[in-house]
Design a protein around this ligand. Structure first.
Ligand code: 9YT
Length: 133
């Protein structure tokens, strides 16, 4: 059995940051569960383009508000606590938030832990740093 707290992974390989978000990865591939499990905070005033071409991902919002745009289907969805979206078709998408978001994310196949800085399929918008915060 694995029992883990956020404080246990602070400052470890499982505590990762990118320009628009920070992700604390509570379960990784090495844990042998078949998925990875992340507590991710999307920073306020950001717009993030993502394309997980090698993974499926389920994302459950627990804090904040935002908007998800499915670029593959051409649809937009409001995101708020209690909303889940599942990328079951490798959809290219954009996540926008003014308030910031806290999301629980599950990836299959599981991440190893160090994908953030060279993560294949994740391409933040080039001008996202110019947005107001
Ligand atoms: C919602 C989302 O996909 N955010 C990007 C971070 C990702 N969840 C990760 O690598 O932890």
């Amino acid at each position: 059995m694995i029992v883990r707290k956020l404080e246990d992974i602070t400052g470890t390989i499982s505590d990762v940051s990118a320009e628009n978000w920070a992700s604390q990865r509570l379960l990784l591939k090495k844990d042998g569960m078949g998925f990875s499990f992340h507590d991710t905070r999307i920073h306020p005033g950001t717009e993030t383009y993502m394309w997980y071409k090698n993974h499926v991902e389920a994302v459950y919002c627990i804090e904040g508000e935002g908007e998800l745009e499915d670029l593959t289907a051409g649809k937009k969805y409001p995101i708020a606590p209690g909303t889940l979206y599942a990328l079951n078709g490798n959809e290219k998408h954009i996540l926008r938030t003014q308030t910031g978001l806290r999301m629980i994310c599950v990836f299959n196949p599981p991440l190893n832990g160090n994908e953030v800085h060279n993560e294949e399929g994740v391409y933040p918008l080039e001008d996202s740093s110019k947005m107001s915060r």
